[in-house]
Design a protein around this ligand. Structure first.
Ligand SMILES: [Zn+2]
Length: 416
């Protein structure tokens, strides 16, 4: 991240809304356009038929001749799981083993989505359920120390598929899009970047690997973290584990893809209170709530700005429309706090205290005991002369009913 002590020094892209302080790192060209927007332009210039054929050749080498699975596909009840499995089974003609790390903040919609995914695609699925007491202890620790409630989820999401790959001797892991390419253009699609331990540690885990959590100040034991640890290098190389990203070989557009998945397989979408996107993270009570507000607190922008930048790049909305949408959603109330506090056995007051402790002084000014003035990325955009323009958003379908939205965590989901 480009660190600065002065809000005036923050540069904002002239095409999208991303600031120079983006946590994944971002660069700007001489025209003031960010690396994410420049790499996005490749989507309209690359020969995607050629790239899909290249992908087919890569994966064909992994087709099992002994009746084992051909690959591993990490899935959840939201995100791009349906589209990835659709491509893997129907286009690449592979037999996948689906794997899912249980985050425990599951919504009933997310549980339905996983069950329907397994049935519609006729796949086997392995679900990792780590002792909840350990997950709670870790969540409390990363919240208090780093203002992050999602570290244990991401740790499990990124290590479980690799551990299964080693244990079951299935070398190929197939992921969807690479966040560093989609958001900030960290690599070109043509680099065909693959999964690495280093990226996981530096970016997915915010620079904190499992072992860095153990210290004299806490009571973590070595074996508390065993299930979350990434396999050793020699285990990875002896199996030849390799994680590839479909986004390097297909013209990735998650909105178009989700609409197709709703039509073909009845993927369930849902309204989320802090963004206009109805497809992203519908499986989780906290991602676009507490986790998102912590992001706003630390970085001066929240998930709705990520969604808006994506929509600008695909030319579905203007920057002025994007500013309207971001301002409309970013300061909305966090929902489901009561469920989280009850789960973690903490009071709302102490959660609020911790959240406020992580408010970045660059973007927030305290005016009273419970009052803060927000002066984030949207304020910089307005200072630069951007004017908001109202838009009614069309591309996002909600096909779930209020009856399907149970207001409680589903720890272990049943099939349907
Ligand atoms: Zn940009």
């Amino acid at each position: 991240m480009n660190k600065t002590n002065n809000i005036e020094d923050i540069q904002v892209c002239k095409k999208c809304l991303y600031p120079s302080t983006h946590p994944l790192g971002i660069t700007f060209d001489k025209n003031g356009i960010c690396s994410g927007c420049r790499i996005h332009e490749e989507k309209n210039s690359l020969d995607w038929d050629f790239r899909l054929n290249k992908l087919k050749k890569i994966v064909n080498k992994y087709k099992s001749k002994k009746g084992n699975y051909d690959c591993i596909v990490p899935v959840s009840g939201g995100g791009d799981s349906y589209f990835i499995v659709h491509i893997v089974k129907n286009i690449l003609k592979l037999s996948p083993l689906l794997v899912c790390h249980n985050k425990y903040f599951n919504t009933s919609i997310g549980i339905k989505n996983i069950a329907n995914l397994r049935i519609k695609f006729d796949c086997d699925i392995l679900i990792q359920n780590i002792n909840q007491n350990i997950i709670k202890k870790l969540t409390k620790h990363t919240l208090m120390e780093h203002g992050n409630i999602y570290w244990p989820v991401i740790s499990g999401n990124t290590s479980f598929p690799v551990n299964v790959s080693v244990k079951y001797k299935i070398p190929l892991i197939i992921w969807g899009a690479h966040q560093g390419i989609e958001q900030t253009g960290m690599f070109s699609h043509e680099h065909e970047v693959e999964m690495t331990r280093r990226y996981r540690e530096d970016h997915d885990l915010y620079g904190k690997d499992e072992d860095s959590l153990i210290s004299l100040d806490n009571d973590f034991h070595n074996d508390d973290l065993d299930q979350l640890r990434y396999p050793e290098m020699n285990q990875i190389s002896s199996i030849g584990v390799r994680g590839i990203y479909l986004g390097n070989f297909l013209r990735w557009d998650s909105v178009v893809q989700h609409k197709l998945m709703i039509k073909l397989y009845k993927f369930k979408s849902n309204f989320l209170s802090r963004t206009f996107d109805t497809y992203d993270h519908v499986d989780c009570f906290n991602y676009i709530n507490i986790h998102d507000y912590l992001k706003l607190s630390k970085h001066g922008y929240s998930k709705v700005l990520d969604h808006a930048c994506r929509e600008i790049r695909y030319k579905r909305i203007s920057r002025e429309n994007a500013l309207f949408l971001v301002e409309n959603y970013q300061l909305r109330k966090i929902e489901n706090i009561d469920l989280f506090c009850e789960w973690l056995d903490i009071s709302k007051k102490s959660l609020n205290f911790v959240i406020n402790r992580f408010k970045n002084e660059l973007f927030w000014k305290q005016t009273d005991i419970d009052n803060w003035n927000f002066n984030g990325v949207t304020q910089i955009l307005k200072k630069n002369g951007l004017k908001r323009k109202k838009i009614k958003i069309k591309n996002f379908i909600n096909n779930s009913s209020s009856k399907e939205n149970l207001k409680k965590y589903i720890f272990f989901g049943k099939g349907i």
